[in-house]
Write a protein that binds this ligand. Structure first.
Ligand code: ARG
Length: 245
């Protein structure tokens, strides 16, 4: 009798472990992008982490976040290593060839960070005929893609994370950094002697990337996200991390 109970218990435990496994929703991100995703001690926090947690909760699933290089996220989605990518990721035509995107939940603006005493005062200065200013970007981001297209490969220095590009600006290895406005604000706040130029390089929509053929998950995410936008949850999360000026 004892033996049967023990076996039954083991089977139950295995079943619930399997259920727990099946109920995990794995998000891939690049946690070097405050206030969307960054580390607070050992934990990944930020707007994306919280919106994803709210989506997972609605779906009755357990959220797991995996940190990886930004340019590894889309391949990981395509290979099914993660269920979705969420990383302040801009919807672009090119990315739409590889993944599907959810409804957008935030807007990003590509901006230019310079040293306070920089001779660069606008996008026109950067783009001027014969200009040789070097631009720092995070590898494979839209900032990288636009700058490489507009100024040429030889003027663009690609860094693994935005903070490294900012470090390069401080030490004079590059003359400016092109990155999304909210991380830009966070970096400028943290580092003395930097400022954001009052010019908008590009305005973009952030969305969640899902595997091309996984319409079932895409629909679930969209339903949850739409509800969270409509009931003000997404707005509240954004305002928690980006206090209104
Ligand atoms: N919005 C830009 C893009 O999609 C930059 C995103 C970078 N995100 C990150 N978590 N490092 O290319």
């Amino acid at each position: 009798m004892k033996k049967i109970v023990a076996i039954l218990l083991t089977v139950c435990m295995m079943l619930s472990a399997a259920a727990a496994l099946a109920d995990t929703l794995t998000m891939g991100t690049n946690a070097s992008f405050p206030p969307y995703e960054y580390y607070e001690d050992e934990k990944i926090v930020g707007i994306d982490a919280e919106v994803a947690a709210a989506i997972a909760e609605k779906l009755g699933m357990e959220l797991k976040i995996e940190d990886m290089d930004f340019n590894a996220i889309i391949p990981a989605v395509q290979e099914g290593k993660i269920d979705f990518g969420m990383a302040g990721m801009t919807v672009t035509e090119e990315r739409l060839q590889s993944v599907k995107f959810s409804e957008t939940y935030a807007t990003g603006v590509q901006v230019i960070i310079v040293k306070e005493d920089s001779p660069i005062t606008s996008l026109d200065d950067l783009a001027a005929e014969g200009a040789t200013w070097k631009v720092g970007v995070q590898n494979a981001t839209t900032g990288d893609i636009y700058c490489t297209g507009d100024f040429g490969e030889e003027r663009v220095e690609k860094y693994n994370v935005g903070a490294d590009a900012v470090e390069a600006l401080k030490t004079g290895k590059v003359d400016c950094v092109v990155i999304d406005n909210e991380p830009a604000k966070a970096f400028v706040e943290k580092n003395e002697g930097l400022k954001i130029l009052d010019t908008t390089y590009a305005v973009e929509d952030y969305a969640i990337a899902v595997k091309m053929d996984n319409d079932e998950l895409l629909e679930k995410i969209n339903k949850a996200l739409t509800e969270l936008i409509e009931d003000g949850t997404v707005k509240a999360i954004i305002e928690k991390y980006i206090p209104a000026e």
